[in-house]
Design a protein around this ligand. Sequence first.
Ligand code: AMP
Length: 481
Amino acid sequence: MSFEVLGLAPKILQAVKEAGYTEPTPIQLAAIPPIVAGHDLIGIAQTGTGKTAAFTLPMLTKLAAAQAAAGPNRRTRVLILAPTRELVVQIEENIRAYAKHLPLTIATVFGGVGEQPQIRALRAATDIVVACPGRLLDLLGRRNGDFSGLQFLVLDEADRMLDMGFLPSIRQIVRQLPKQRQTLMFSATLSKEIESLTHEFQNAPKIIQIGRRANPAETVTQLVYEVPKHLKTPLLIHLLKEPNMDMVLVFSRMKHAADRLARQLEQAGIRTATLHSNRSQNQRLRALQDFKSGAVRVLVATDIAARGIDVDGISHVVNYDFPMHVEDYVHRIGRTGRANAIGDAISFVTNEDHSELRALERFIGRGIVRKKAEGFNYTAAAPAYNPADEERRHPRHQPQRGQRPPRNDQREQRGPQNFPRPSSGPRPPQSGRPQSGRPQFSSGQRPPSEPASGNREGGNERHFPSTAPRSGGFRRRFGLR
Ligand code: AMP
């Protein structure tokens, strides 16, 4: 089946061809015709199935037709709401690639960056706005933006937005939109809550459901390297000599440790970036961009910062620190094996991690292969790395008298450890101490990643390379036989 039969405008077909897509994915086949025909739609599908193109291509077709008939518009016509900044940026990149032959304007709105460019974009009646609900509501509340001519509302990853507590913000935003509009909603699951959302926001929606992609855990080779704690960094540097480790996502539990590890890798001549919540929004976007473009080979990330990242082509995930939560392990290794269903997930396991490893193996229902790195000296003494040198080179904040020192080893804040544990035997110390005053997230819930207010650290201008579409392993990747 080809894209030509789906009723898309010629300029969009051209962009799709230039993106290298040769045939529509199942969700694109199912969703594009009803959207072109003007129906509301609920799509039950996960990220990675091609759903962004599934909702964008038909909307662009209809916008292009309206523009040809009535000339340029003075009001925003499409609003796409998504749960995280990373997802907003990803959607924007995709739309830019698909709309490259159309005279349409696109803007993103999310917290953590300066709001002036976003206010200007809203006031300029940008055609397509991709936004996180929190910041958008904030700006709309100050009378920025005119959505009275809105034709399309898209709620992407609706289940995740509910998990993250965005429902009240979404309701307030939707109240400001015209009732006469097409509403498209996507969610990984069809729960009672999602069903009630469709009644609230949609009009007789068509429902399409696309089967899950292959569980990455089945397509990723999982390996454990047992290693003394002091040799974790030398082992990583040793493994990185392997040229096929060309796009490596390394997970560290702690933010400062992530920075330190990145510096050590850089000192060993390995181009490395870091992604964690102490970095400004612009630094995080730059790190992701450098990783995607290949400017850096290694990205060291913490769990929360890495949520929602959809980077194709990651060759290896390295659990430098063993994950605190079983679902973190599944999320982490799901970062590889996305593009062409191959990839290795390597976990470093020290003496302290054995009970967690056993709990994980029980949880995933299989043992993980133990491997030894060839040519690596497991009996070496601690390397000649001196933390004092490190401190001199990169001095950290010194507390004033009477001030509490910062916890340099502070982990990304989240709920208590929830590996299933054997009922007998000593309990290891609880290191992921819940932080008072912050919501705790139980298994399956996700923490909000959009801050309540912007930190004004940067503008909203980004120059991304357009999404590099991939064709390799298409059938396997999208579950086609
Ligand atoms: P999404 O589910 O929208 O996050 O898409 C996942 C990935 O699939 C993105 O990298 C897209 O560029 C890619 N993609 C979307 N549609 C197609 C297609 N028809 N053929 C090949 N790749 C596609």
